[in-house]
Design a protein around this ligand. Sequence first.
Ligand code: ADP
Length: 301
Amino acid sequence: MKLCVLSRNPRLYSTRRLVEAAKARGHDIRVVNTLRCYNNVTSHRPSVHYRGEVLEGFDAVIPRIGASVTFYGTAVVRQFEMMGVFPVNESVAISRSRDKLRATQLLARRGIGLPVTGFAYSPDDVNDLIKMVGGPPLVVKLLEGTQGVGVVLAETYKAAESVIQAFMGLEAEIMVQEFIREAKGADIRCFVVGGKVVAAMKRQGAEGEFRSNLHRGGSAQLIRITPEERSTAVRAAKVMGLNVAGVDLLRSNHGPVVMEVNSSPGLQGIEKASGKDIAGQIIQFVEKNAKEGKTKTRGKG
Ligand code: ADP
């Protein structure tokens, strides 16, 4: 097959592993810098251009779109969809998962376990908002933050009120969430490929840190997940419409709750923790599923 990885940096671990795994399985694969694609949006013959050449003949595209380039990146994926190229994750699914509030609403609609979550616009509603989600301690989150930046724990009523008001004053989009204390600074990353959890790891935040992000000094270890956790992760990826996803769960007193569904999950931590060839599993998924025009939304989103 002829494959294309959309990635800004061919040296990143995840990108390198996808290239390696595809070559090992006899495929032709190429890394294309998402931000250097320029596109002709025409109804008869939409095309993607790259450094003076027209990108043609790909059987599938593997998007690795960083959070800072979601808008442009998803537009490029959509362009490939318009050309009938099979995307490992569709543009609409990527957009859904990038917006934490939209993702939370979609998951809630399908009855998936979540921390009690609320949002408001006006500073006049902050008191009621705090009460509505069960009072402090609360977590206040910037909707577009990643790697734990913009996730704040407010232990007291006064802290919650002032943090929420400060974010509102900056016109930052936020949501407010019940703090899952019993998770003890750990979360579970379930790596889903094609409707199956292919590996899972527990990430523990550094001492005194409630955020478990590896980028914040957290550590990872292999873990056995329960059937309920497995099905929650698989359903969450399905609701988002993601074929490849990193679903982050917390173990709460009321069962597994979903924190986030990541559409470009990193391979380094999970391959190291599990010892598995996850890149190879992604390529196998592509082999089984890539067909021209086989997208659910066909660039309609
Ligand atoms: P990001 O996308 O920036 O990683 P998350 O929403 O995943 O943001 O939050 C980062 C980390 O903070 C989570 O992995 C989790 O460890 C911790 N965390 C986030 N929300 C809560 C919560 N409601 N209760 C307990 N811990 C939380």
